[in-house]
Design a protein around this ligand. Structure first.
Ligand code: FAD
Ligand code: SF4
Length: 507
């Protein structure tokens, strides 16, 4: 008998390490659609549909390539609903020499997999996921002995290691980072590119039926469903992005516009995270577009930094800090997540727009996540665990290894500042500068306090003052606290009262 190779729903690549040393003639591949995985948080319907459809398409590819596949469908009456249960059933069907799996993206699953060899009396090989450029142990080595884990230094190492945008030992363009050029607000433009949309095929249509039936109560709109579910489609989406949106990606990376959900972003994270696109190949394609003169350096560098810098870095942090990381809560916040995160029913135009598109497309771009929904939860003092579970549920690209450090660390500062030197807290002024949301808002961004003032304004000060014990010594906030101290006491009181009045209206 051969080995049993387990392939997870986010490992849908023929180059995955668990298949690399496998033998088509002897080994069996197990893939399973599991209730446990679809419901441990109540994922967006589009996200469940994407993963299930991509799994079915991928299984068909493997079958065509001559692999022996055992594919367990969600509605199979024998489905035990968990990986451990499905491994047990597979071993009952036929004994194996070893169980082989590429390491999962979540602590919860790794813990489960580690118990298998004892439980089943079969050796279990948990292989490195070499779709990532920096392994967990490489990251731990990089981090050890450093006082601060600065992304920028990690990123430079990754540039050197991959040779991306390098001219020998030097960064192309003479600088490592062109972010200073990437903070422009955008203007509405009839010709703004859109990510490619794909018509559901038979396989996807079947999955949509199943998801509609089984997960009707989950957040989000199932249709229209337009995601790529196969590697060739994801590649077409990448090509379209590089040709039409990448040239402006850098300039407008932080911009937000009403009715423009994607601006010049790639909308590729959901595909990369499940294996339909390989991150290094994506970066090489972007580098090539730069080399051919089709895109400027600030766009190519900015994009590549997100992938070999931020994406790898947050994964490293996740594995370095779990399992305790998820419990961190430096501000001791306890507020439940406001209901409008699920309904989009709020008068705050910026949040309504971001949450509506999240509901419809399971997508919001980085600045919407960080400076709208994230910033608001931070200022309002929402419990980090609640906002973490929201992000994990609502985005098509959300997997704990990437979502948790972004939410708990970058956006909520709940780890006390591992990822950033100060919290991403901002008043309405920032949102007004980077977007056109405020023009049509029932609140006035220029008013500081009172019932018609933009709520972000008073919440911003209330957050800083409320958390002075934790943040007061932060050198990057010195100026801000000095401004507060110089403020007229009546004005201070009015800020705090406005914030409190607003917070009591949250349900
Ligand atoms: P683009 O703007 O086109 O960026 C290109 C690629 O870079 C992305 O596809 C992604 O692979 C990578 N990338 C960019 N920023 C980051 C980052 N901060 N961390 C990791 N990768 C990055 N990203 C996820 O993939 N899954 C998540 O669950 C997730 N949750 C987030 C939660 C919060 C609170 C915040 C602030 C950010 C989160 N991000 C997450 C990071 C980022 O917002 C998304 O990767 C990005 O918006 C995806 O859209 P895009 O493909 O159009 O990205
Ligand atoms: Fe958002 Fe305030 Fe602007 Fe309204 S005024 S859109 S609440 S930032």
């Amino acid at each position: 008998s051969g080995n049993l190779i387990l392939i997870l729903g986010d490992q849908l690549s023929t180059a995955v390490s668990s298949l690399a040393g496998a033998d088509r003639g002897r080994d069996r591949v197990l893939m399973a659609e599991l209730h446990e995985e679809t419901t441990y948080v109540r994922h967006h319907k589009k996200k469940i549909a994407l993963v299930l459809s991509a799994m079915r398409h991928f299984a068909a590819v493997l079958e065509e390539e001559g692999w022996h596949i055992e594919y367990i469908r969600l509605d199979d009456p024998e489905n035990t609903k968990s990986f451990t249960g499905e491994i047990e059933r597979a071993l009952d069907r036929q004994p194996v020499e070893r169980i082989v799996v590429t390491e999962p993206g979540e602590w919860r699953l790794l813990e489960q997999f580690r118990q298998w060899s004892q439980r089943f009396g079969v050796p279990v090989d948990i292989l490195t996921d070499d779709r990532f450029l920096c392994s967990r142990s490489d990251f731990a080595e990089w981090a050890s002995g450093r006082k601060q884990l600065r992304m920028e230094y990690f990123y430079r190492d990754m540039r050197r290691r991959t040779g991306l945008l390098m001219d020998g030992d030097n960064p192309i363009g003479g600088k490592w980072n062109f972010d200073a050029e990437n903070r422009k607000p955008a203007k509405p433009d009839l010709f703004m590119p859109r990510p490619l949309h794909f018509e559901p095929d038979r396989t996807t249509a079947d999955v949509l039926g199943l998801v509609g039936e089984r997960f009707g109560g989950h957040f989000g709109d199932l249709e229209p469903f337009w995601f790529a579910t196969k590697a060739q489609q994801a590649k077409a989406a990448l090509d379209q992005f590089i040709e039409h949106a990448l040239p402006s990606f850098g300039d407008y990376q932080d911009a937000m516009l009403r009715g423009e959900r994607f601006i010049y972003h790639s909308v590729l994270s959901a595909y990369i995270n499940i294996g339909l696109l390989d991150p290094l190949s994506v970066c090489r394609a972007v580098e090539e577009a730069y080399a051919s003169g089709a895109v400027p350096i600030n766009a190519a560098e900015g994009f590549i930094r997100q992938i070999i810098g931020w994406r790898e870095y947050v994964r490293g942090i996740y594995w370095l800090k779990m399992p305790d990381y998820v419990e961190e809560n430096v501000f001791s916040n306890t507020r439940p997540l406001p209901d409008f995160y699920w309904t989009a029913e709020t008068d705050m135009t910026c949040l309504r727009e971001a949450i509506t598109q999240t509901k419809e497309d399971a997508y919001a771009h980085h600045i919407q996540r960080l400076m709208l929904t994230g910033n608001f939860a931070l200022l309002a003092g929402v419990a980090p665990r609640e906002i973490h579970e929201w992000y994990l549920a609502v985005y098509a690209d959300a997997y704990e290894w990437v979502e948790l450090p972004n939410t708990l660390g970058m956006s909520q500062f709940a780890d006390g500042g591992l990822l950033g030197s100060k919290p991403y807290a901002a008043s309405g002024n920032y949102i007004n500068k980077m977007s056109d949301y405020c023009r049509d808002c029932r609140y006035d961004v220029r008013l500081k306090t009172g019932p018609d003032a933009c709520p972000f304004n008073a919440l911003y000060w209330d957050f800083l003052v409320r958390n002075r014990g934790t943040l007061g010594a932060n050198p990057r906030l010195g100026q801000v606290y000095r401004t507060w101290d110089k403020m007229d006491p009546a004005k201070q009181t009015s800020y705090r009262e406005s914030a409190h009045v607003f917070l009591t209206t949250l349900t």
